[in-house]
Design a protein around this ligand. Structure first.
Ligand SMILES: NC(=O)c1ccc[n+]([C@@H]2O[C@H](COP(=O)([O-])OP(=O)(O)OC[C@H]3O[C@@H](n4cnc5c(N)ncnc54)[C@H](O)[C@@H]3O)[C@@H](O)[C@H]2O)c1
Ligand SMILES: [Zn+2]
Ligand SMILES: [Zn+2]
Length: 340
């Protein structure tokens, strides 16, 4: 079967590998669509120190069940259309025991710590599959995973209707967070330093407010938009150190909440006295837990229309050249889905 594999940084190939055999408790999936994520590009660049090589990438997976144990917990049958929850947790550490499996102390994410599913057939635990609504396209289903990340960030901040939600970073994660915030009845304020991404968010996706923080005084704009209150919620989705600092210093309201979803490469220094003074809740947001059903429903009902950010669909054979091009020209792409 075909698989998209990174041999070592800056070397990617579509190769032929043996079809896997399901182990106990696993389903065999015919993968139909796999999204290319920023972390797959990070694996290609060699900038993600969690990735070891060679590595089959891919964790945004949608497919058809080819085989599955009888009496599987969710009652799936051969032929069912599903997405795979890609965060392989241990099940017995403290966060796992309290249901926060997304921040397991021994997390193995597909395509990062262990081979992923950008291949024709893939084995996955039967209890980590989620059914796709009838009529949903494979591309839509493959884009549920990034939406779960964004939703998790919003849930961690306990966003409510009517609040102002500033989202930093207009990449797929931030854009989906701003769309989800608006689906929750909040006012989306999307901040980035790349005007094209902001224009796309405003004109093609319908995000209420956009701010280019490289050109405008973002804090002043937020003050104006919120009638002086500032943003009750900030979801940080850029991973840029100055943006993380601005979330606390410049954008969040007193009594506000911040989720740090973006994954910075270096540490950020913060004036912690402001956390006390503003009484801000700052929370991390890693992966997602139990958020796939909601993401699929939001996509299916088009309350969060992820298809708007689909740049293109490619075949497995075209995937390596596409990955090389995304790495060189990231500005030309939002989301690419590989169809098998
Ligand atoms: N917590 C998690 O589980 C999780 C999961 C997936 C991705 N991530 C992280 O989320 C972040 C976003 O992912 P993505 O795929 O959308 O990435 P992306 O690179 O496509 O988007 C990041 C955006 O941030 C913008 N940006 C950079 N510096 C900025 C600054 N100083 N101010 C404002 N905007 C700035 C960039 O122009 C870009 O549009 C990354 O840090 C990624 O590692 C975290
Ligand atoms: Zn992803
Ligand atoms: Zn665990």
């Amino acid at each position: 079967m075909k698989a998209v594999r990174i041999i070592e940084p800056f070397k990617v190939e579509c190769i032929d590998v043996p079809k896997p055999e399901p182990k106990e408790g696993q389903a065999l999936l015919k993968i139909e669509a796999a999204g290319i994520c920023g972390s797959d590009i990070g694996a290609f660049r060699g900038t993600n120190n969690l990735v070891s090589y060679p590595r089959i990438i891919g964790h945004e997976l949608a497919g058809t069940i080819v085989s599955i144990p009888e009496n599987n917990p969710k009652g799936f049958k051969v032929g069912d259309r599903v997405v795979a929850e890609p965060y392989m947790f241990c099940g017995h550490c403290y966060p796992c025991r309290i249901g926060r499996t997304n921040c397991c102390t021994d997390m193995h994410t597909l395509g990062v710590h262990t081979d992923g599913g950008m291949c024709e057939y893939f084995c996955h635990p039967a209890n980590m599959l989620v059914k796709i609504p009838d009529g949903m396209t494979w591309e839509q289903a493959a884009m549920a995973e990034p939406l779960t990340i964004s939703l998790h960030g919003i849930h961690r901040a306990q966003l409510k209707a009517g609040e102002y939600c500033a989202v930093i970073g207009a990449g797929p994660i931030g854009l989906a967070a701003a769309m989800a915030a608006q689906a929750y009845g909040a006012h989306g304020i999307l901040i980035d330093i790349v005007q094209e991404r902001l224009d796309f968010a405003k004109n093609s996706v319908g995000i209420e407010y956009i701010i280019n923080s490289a050109k405008e005084d973002a804090a002043a704009r937020i003050r104006e938009i919120t009638n002086g209150d500032m943003a009750q919620v900030v979801v940080e989705c850029s991973g840029a150190n100055p943006a993380i600092r601005s979330a606390l210093v410049d954008y969040v309201s007193h009594a506000g909440r911040i989720t740090l979803t973006g994954w910075p490469k270096k540490e950020t220094s913060l004036p912690t006295d402001l956390i006390t003074k503003k009484e801000v809740d700052i929370r991390g947001g890693r992966n997602s837990a139990g958020e796939f059903e909601e993401a699929l429903d939001l996509i299916h009902t088009r309350r969060v229309d992820m298809e708007k950010m689909l740049t293109k669909t490619v075949t497995a054979d075209e995937a390596p050249a596409t990955i090389v091009d995304i790495e060189k020209n990231p500005g030309n792409y939002m989301k690419v889905v590989v169809k098998f």
